[in-house]
Ligand binder design. Structure first.
Ligand SMILES: *Cc1c(COP(=O)(O)O)cnc(C)c1O
Length: 398
């Protein structure tokens, strides 16, 4: 059985063209790009080409791109950089719905005596920009707001947020790991100072990412050592993966149109089909503005884990918005921030498509999932018309 992979916000398959791009650097072209000899220099030119491709895809100049080991490193580096460059500023503004790469880093900063403001979202998952404006202080070192939410796909208005930050002279970092390749991004007009992206979310391999740093923005390296990346990120370059990322970004920029037509149409087919076929289900987060590939749907009275296990039997890969921790099912921090009621939050499933998703795959999900939900509801202790469970942590049955 061939799996139906609808978990592309977790990770993606490496594109064939990207794989081909890597091979020389895993075999014969193993030189160190920093070496003086021509053998290393050839590899150095491949790294330069990747940087040029990345810059062309994002609308910036190559020297503004720093290659890193992942999206997490890019996020950590941006925030750390802003704080380290201006040590008198000890305040960070972010949101409650960030990926752990930003959220956990900020929690960690609080433990070190920094001050962090976490902006909430409304029921649609959207920010109140007046609240953001009010949160900015004279000692705010950086604002870190994600471009697209990995769980719901909801987009934040980064152009407007950037304009607000500019007015106050505060640098803006955006975690664009889920946005790159799915919506158009043009850094020549987008008012952001740092932007993080990750290879494995856009059909390059795991373990490579990039951080855009606008020219003139204060920067301090996170990894300290050799002079690689013009002294901005020490460590011998992961040449094969950097070449891969360059190629993947070129493909991503060329594929944004396809994402917003073909992929969006398949996502809508899945979403509308499920909402019509299954009673008591709802979409989590705003319908628009949203990534074209993501759909987060809650099925009332059932647990996400149970749905995933049943889907798995049909080879269907998706993910759920709750994690079983210490014997209780904890709904995701994102769905909680949206105020999704517990009875819905527990049965939430995220479907995330890619350019490789086919209509036959979507139709297979539409054929199986309504039956799965029906069967699980028969077994559920919570039934329609029965007593409503309290809106607090229910016991875990997994
Ligand atoms: C996956 C993801 C990250 C982390 O990227 P890694 O390369 O896995 O470290 C950060 N932010 C968002 C929004 C993500 O989806």
């Amino acid at each position: 059985m061939k799996e139906i992979y609808l978990d592309n916000n977790a990770t993606t398959r490496v594109a064939d063209e990207v794989f081909e791009e890597m091979l020389p650097f895993l075999r014969e072209q193993y030189g160190n790009p920093s070496s003086m000899h021509a053998f290393g220099g050839r590899v150095g030119r491949a790294v330069s080409l990747a940087r040029e491709r990345a810059a062309a895809a994002l609308g910036c100049v190559p020297t503004e791109i720093v290659f890193t080991s992942c999206g997490t490193e890019s996020d950590n580096t941006a925030i750390n950089s802003a704080l380290t460059a201006r040590p008198e500023k000890r305040h960070v503004v972010t949101t409650k719905v960030e990926h752990p790469a930003v959220l956990s880093y900020c929690k960690n900063l609080e433990g070190k005596g920094f001050d962090v403001t976490y902006l909430g979202v409304d029921r649609e998952g959207l920010l109140d920009l007046d609240e953001l404006r009010d949160a900015l202080r004279d000692d705010t070192a950086v604002v870190s707001v994600m471009y697209a939410n990995n769980e719901t796909g909801v987009l934040f208005p980064i152009p407007e947020i950037g304009a607000i930050c500019r007015e106050r002279g505060v640098p803006l970092h955006t975690d664009a790991v889920q946005a790159v390749g799915k919506i158009p991004i043009d850094l020549s007009t987008l008012p952001v100072d740092y932007l993080a992206l990750s290879g494995h979310k856009l059909h390059a391999p795991k373990g490579v990412g990039a951080l855009y740093v606008r020219k003139g923005t204060p920067f301090r390296p996170f990894l300290i050592g050799g002079h690689q990346e013009r002294g901005r990120r020490a460590g011998t370059e992961n040449t094969a993966s950097i070449a891969a990322l360059g190629k993947a970004l070129e493909l991503a920029a060329a594929g944004v149109g396809h994402e917003n037509t073909a992929v969006r149409a398949l996502r809508d087919r899945l979403e509308n089909g499920l909402l019509a076929a299954v009673p008591d289900c709802r979409l989590n987060g705003a319908r628009e503005p949203r990534l074209p590939n993501t759909s987060n749907i809650s099925f009332k009275y059932v647990e996400g884990e149970a749905i995933l296990l049943m889907l798995d039997q049909f080879g269907i890969c998706a993910s759920s918005g709750s994690a079983c921790t210490s014997g209780s099912l904890e709904p995701s921090h994102v769905l909680r921030a949206l105020g999704v009621p517990f009875t819905f939050a527990h049965g939430s499933i995220r479907f995330s498509l890619s350019r490789y998703t086919t209509q036959a795959e979507i139709d297979a999900v539409l054929a199986e999932l309504p039956r799965i939900i029906e069967r699980l509801r028969v077994l559920s202790p919570f039934k329609k018309g029965g007593p409503e469970p309290l809106d607090e942590k229910p016991p875990c049955t997994c």
